[in-house]
Design a protein around this ligand. Structure first.
Ligand code: UD1
Length: 417
């Protein structure tokens, strides 16, 4: 399963380059199925979730070639529209293939997706939206079948701005007859990246990044080479690494505006943030102050994916932080592990009360999901003694070369497989 062994208490220095965004790369790779001609995707991070996506693409009959940082996909000879239960269970975002397959082949057959256990994660919004587009949806013995002669554009109002549902609607309607309008669409930067990729292939999508997205269906899409945007959650993780170790580092190849929702939180701790072009310098004080209440919200609110990361920061800050998790109902599993390291955190339903302590102590802890694992690595970086983080397979889903990057900045972290 793999472990990280971290010797805490070392200051970080220098700079780190941020990888391409996992949550852009996954839908964009799936989107190549809708494009139907060869595409090359650059700045693709090396992650196990990307491995799972490539397995799905190959199982559908796509020709896929990987080289360092790039994945080329030729979906012009798709031979299947069915994704096996084993592959669907590997990750949640496999559901994005629903809209992509509908656009590419007119039919999609799959089971419910798996992924990190952070809540119920239903797909009702995805399926209702497909029906609104004239797609026939049937569910039998756990298998979902969606089929359609020609997708018909429609107006779809989401009751919640779901990232995945917004992406699936865009993918399903990109070649529809007529116009699709999504009201209350998710506004995350990853939605904008997906729309920019599809538009560079000849799609007509406007409004991505706003609450109303309009998709004018086009007959066909064309080949393109496209570079994935930087990963804002990974950038936030490195900011937190600097914060907990009283360090000053430069985070390179980021889009600072994507991190505005987390900046004020770091500033409240006493960290100084300077931005210039695609770089951020973060300088942390000797002792952090507890940030005020953190409420996870859809973008441009505070991202749920940064909640566990910020909890590690709050754990070693002076004062009390209230963390309100509003997106996923089961996303506090890291609390028990942080408390094993000496943190003082209590959970009451959706709220965690973090009473900052002066030091954490290294011990053996267990990753329970991707961002929980990252939070434990951060705690290990500032803890006294050695921290062993088990089950780092979760961290491998979303972080490319985490130990290598932290080591290059002075951290003492080793990987044991
Ligand atoms: C995506 C991200 C994930 C991030 C999340 C929220 C990817 C690959 N993953 O996940 O990292 O944490 O956005 O920013 O991009 N919901 C329903 N019914 C649905 C769909 C969603 O009730 O049909 C609920 C979910 O249970 C959850 C909330 O809506 O409570 C948000 O989910 P959603 O925005 O869809 O997240 P994902 O696309 O799964």
């Amino acid at each position: 399963m793999g472990q990280y062994m971290i010797e805490g208490g070392n200051r970080l220095y220098g700079s780190v380059r941020v990888q391409g965004a996992k949550n852009s790369a996954l839908p964009i790779l799936a989107a190549t199925v809708a494009v139907g001609v060869p595409c090359v995707i650059h700045n693709c991070p090396d992650l196990t979730d990307i491995d799972s996506t490539v397995k799905i693409l190959k199982s559908l009959g796509c020709e896929v070639h990987r080289s360092v940082g790039s994945v080329s996909v030729d979906s012009s000879h798709i031979s299947s529209n069915c994704i096996s239960d084993t592959l669907m269970r590997e990750m949640r975002s496999s559901i994005i293939f629903l809209g992509a397959l509908i656009s590419g082949t007119g039919e999609a057959v799959m089971t419910a997706p798996g992924g990190c256990d952070i809540g119920l994660r239903p797909i009702d919004l995805h399926l209702t939206a497909m029906q609104k587009l004239g797609i026939r949806v049937t569910e039998e013995h756990g298998q979902i079948r969606c089929s359609c002669q020609k997708v018909r554009g429609n107006k779809i109002t989401l009751s919640f701005p779901s990232v995945g549902a917004t992406e699936n609607i865009i993918l399903a309607s990109v070649k529809a007859s007529g116009v699709t309008t999504i009201i209350n669409a998710a506004r995350e930067p990853e939605i904008v990246d997906l729309a920019m990729f599809l538009n560079s292939c000849g799609a007509r999508i406007s409004g991505a990044g706003d609450s109303t997205i309009v998709i004018e269906g086009v007959e066909r899409l064309h080949s393109v080479q496209y570079a994935i945007m930087p990963d804002r959650i990974v950038a936030c993780t490195y900011m937190a690494a600097a914060a907990v170790t009283s360090s000053s580092i430069i985070i390179d190849e980021v889009i600072p505006s994507h991190l505005v929702p987390v900046f004020s939180c770091f500033e409240q701790t006493g960290c100084r943030i300077e931005t210039a072009g695609n770089k951020i310098r973060i300088t942390s004080p000797q002792r952090l102050r507890a940030p005020e209440t953190i409420r996870t919200m859809p973008y441009p609110g505070f991202p749920t994916d940064c909640q566990a990361i910020m909890m590690s920061v709050a754990s070693v800050a002076d004062g009390i932080t209230l963390i309100n998790e509003n997106i996923f109902e089961n996303r506090f599993k890291h609390v028990a592990e942080l408390n094993r390291m000496g943190a003082d955190i209590r959970v009451h339903d959706k709220v965690a009360v973090v009473n900052g302590v002066s030091r954490l102590q290294g011990t053996r802890v267990h990753s329970t999901d991707l961002r929980a694992g990252a939070a434990l690595v951060l705690a290990g970086l500032c803890a006294d003694g050695v921290t062993t983080v088990d089950s780092i397979c979760y961290i491998d889903r979303g972080y490319d070369s985490l130990a290598k990057n932290l080591s290059s900045m002075g951290a003492k972290i080793k990987r044991k497989d």
